[in-house]
Design a binder for this molecule. Structure first.
Ligand code: NAG
Ligand code: NAG
Ligand code: NAG
Ligand code: NAG
Ligand code: NAG
Ligand code: NAG
Length: 351
């Protein structure tokens, strides 16, 4: 009996792999994209239909497949990104976004620290206003990156705030990647998206494409492509965390202040939306600060994503593979795909 389960499991994995190779060969899944596409740099930049291998009819000449992170700006749910905070003034005005990297430590831009009198940050909220259940963490002091004054592009700093141990907030892990060239896409999360008025700022997120050929020095450019939106789109924020694979890969140091309407799902728009400082530029400095902060610390923060969220991610992954099998094999699911599907479920739930 046990033997049977083991071989079934093995078979499941084999079928899963086989299925993946067959259906995802040319897709730009999250998993694939990390490997980068040095040889395909020209592909991702082209506006033509040539590089389009597996998109459906609607996305005929968009270079991105449906399963990529690039999508329209979306409203974040409470608890979806529990490491993101809103940086606020004494007058309760929203100033910048920030990310919890350790208990009592918020990563944001040095410009934000320089230009404003920051009073507190708000966590456990999707709206940049005090009230309801938002957790208020008062600022104790702040530090800018040591060479920031001399080099304006090293626009990063740390806000030291009250410590806390609420389970509603987590810290984001810092990615240990050392070059951005292989990073094809990423996700930016902040309170400054899609905003033309001075209304309440809400937490939103969007997938960016990265085009290494357009980088300026170390600064990455986040692009929108084939985005479906009926609302004006901009990125009026700095300090927004940029993540890939649930790890911090950068922070937005300059957004796109001009709000634009012309976004399309049927042709490439190639709109540069944000300048992003990669984490490897300041990781040594940040790691050192985090280590000092966590020395003698009684309660360290849980890292994102926590266990409950991981279960969610698993479910999402299954859905993603499902939709992929669906779109790439036509309307009728074949026997093979059903088998792959079953194998997949067996694999995930470890029968
Ligand atoms: C990209 O295209 C240019 C010419 O259009 C060519 O010189 C270059 O080698 C190409 N790069 C890659 C990686 O194919
Ligand atoms: C995209 O494809 C449509 C037809 O599917 C075509 O009408 C349109 O001109 C194409 N756009 C670009 C920018 O190639
Ligand atoms: C910050 O506070 C100081 C002293 O309270 C004040 O002089 C300065 O104008 C304030 N700056 C801003 C940007 O509000
Ligand atoms: C965080 O927000 C949730 C939902 O609004 C609320 O139930 C919870 O009490 C908040 N946590 C704290 C520590 O305030
Ligand atoms: C969190 O802090 C409170 C007091 O501030 C303490 O009572 C509680 O036990 C702490 N929780 C954890 C998980 O350490
Ligand atoms: C980067 O981190 C991953 C796990 O997060 C680890 O497996 C890998 O060895 C690390 N790479 C380097 C170069 O430290």
């Amino acid at each position: 009996m046990k033997q049977g389960f083991v071989s079934l499991h093995l078979l499941a994995i084999l079928m899963l792999l086989f299925g993946m190779f067959n259906t995802c060969k040319s897709s730009e899944d999250q998993e694939d994209s990390e490997l980068g596409d040095a040889e395909n740099d020209n592909d991702s930049m082209s506006i033509s239909a040539d590089d389009d291998k597996d998109n459906d009819a609607v996305n005929k000449n968009c270079s991105r497949s449906q399963n990529s992170l690039t999508h329209e700006i979306q409203q974040a749910r409470l608890g979806q990104f529990p490491f993101v905070v809103a940086v606020m003034s004494e007058q309760n005005e929203y100033l910048c976004s920030g990310a919890l990297v350790s208990n009592g430590m918020i990563l944001t831009t040095a410009t934000c620290l320089k230009e404003y009198n920051i009073s507190y940050v708000l966590a456990n909220t999707t709206k940049a206003v005090k009230g309801d259940n938002a957790i208020i963490l008062r600022v104790v002091y702040s530090v800018k990156f040591p060479t920031f004054q001399a080099d304006e592009t090293k626009d990063v700093g740390i806000l030291y705030v009250d410590r806390h141990n609420h389970s509603e907030v987590t810290r984001i892990r810092i990615s240990n990647y050392t070059a951005s060239k292989g990073l094809a896409e990423m996700e930016a999360i902040g309170f400054g998206l899609n905003l033309e008025t001075h209304g309440t700022r809400e937490l939103q997120y969007v997938g960016f494409e990265h085009r290494p050929a357009y980088d300026e020095g170390d600064i990455m450019k986040g692009y929108l492509d084939c985005i479906e939106t009926k609302v004006v789109t901009c990125f009026r924020d700095t300090g927004s965390p940029v993540i890939f694979n649930n790890e911090l890969v950068g922070i937005v140091i300059k957004g796109q202040p001009d709000c634009i309407k012309e976004m399309s799902s049927s042709y490439s728009v190639n709109k540069a939306m944000a300048n992003i400082l990669p984490t490897y530029v300041f990781k040594t400095w940040l790691d050192d600060r985090i280590a000092k902060n966590e020395l003698n610390q009684k309660v360290t923060l849980v890292a994102y994503p926590d266990v409950a969220q991981s279960e969610n991610e698993k479910a999402k992954k299954i859905r993603r593979v499902l939709s992929h099998i669906d779109t790439s094999s036509g309307s009728k699911p074949s026997f093979l795909n059903i088998f792959v599907l079953m194998s997949l479920l067996l694999h995930f739930f470890k029968v």
